[in-house]
Design a protein around this ligand. Sequence first.
Ligand code: SF4
Length: 332
Amino acid sequence: MKIIDKNHTEDWQHALSMAVRRLPELLKILELNPDSIKAFDPNTNEFPLLVPHSFIARMRKGDPKDPLFLQILPQIKEKSYVPGFNRNPLLETDFSKHGVVQKYAGRALLITTEACPIHCRYCFRRHFPYSNQLASKQNWSKAITALKVKDDITEVILSGGDPLSLSNRRLAKLISHIESLVTVTTLRIHTRFPIILPERIDTELLELLSRTSLKTVLVVHSNHANEINEAVSSSMQKLTSSGTHLLNQSVILKGINDNVHQLEELSRSLFRCGVLPYYLNLLDPVEGSAHFNVDAKRAEQLIAELRHRLPGYLVPRLVREVPGELSKKIIA
Ligand code: SF4
């Protein structure tokens, strides 16, 4: 399919419309016995299952411990109460107005959309009240007006959900608003699309990124080397050719990437396709995600081991988000 106008569906939108949303279907594709998987089908839950077929194709069939499968599996453990884990772990709603979150000096973050190409069970915004917090309301006008009155913003960060869920037409409009802000020089986009659904990096998007007068930085989000296949690598190369700087941030997740071999392989795979490892985040304590938690001491050890194996530029910084702090806290 080709982008023609807003009434036509693009390839990536079609792929997303065909994504798996029911647990029995997912288990059937992966040839897993439902009786051996301690999971629930959150179809009516506020954070339903969502995973595109091309991502499922990167999972190992018959393996209930596959690291990509575990990221999206709604495990029964999500329902247990764990002290310290809550629905608003970063107190973001305290810092947000008209979809603009301003916590850090010189930078402002826009909550552009609630839509994502996948639902990651550890997501810190899985309970976020998007309906009152979207910058896209009234065609961005309130958010842009809120940014205009600040004269210290040099970088605007597009977040979500996933900002590349917006159509190219809507993104173009938003970028042109941001270009009109006189102090802003840099546009940063936080997205999982190039990893999850690389066909999202289409010609129109690449033209948009090459055309803008802003410096562009794309922070992708990959947690495991198995996520990176040829299609992902090719999308990264196209992004680099458009003049976009590529960084990665991961979350350290128990049973998925909490060992030095996996982290090393992830850094090397990212670098092979032109992406620098930037942050390794400790899990934000969001309700329903405690089973992914890796304690800070263990994560620090892993970073120390990585330093023995990799050049410094391939070792991500281990960070933790602390509500109310002026920047992320660097742990190692
Ligand atoms: S916002 Fe990012 S981490 Fe959260 S569910 Fe969407 S893609 Fe996953």
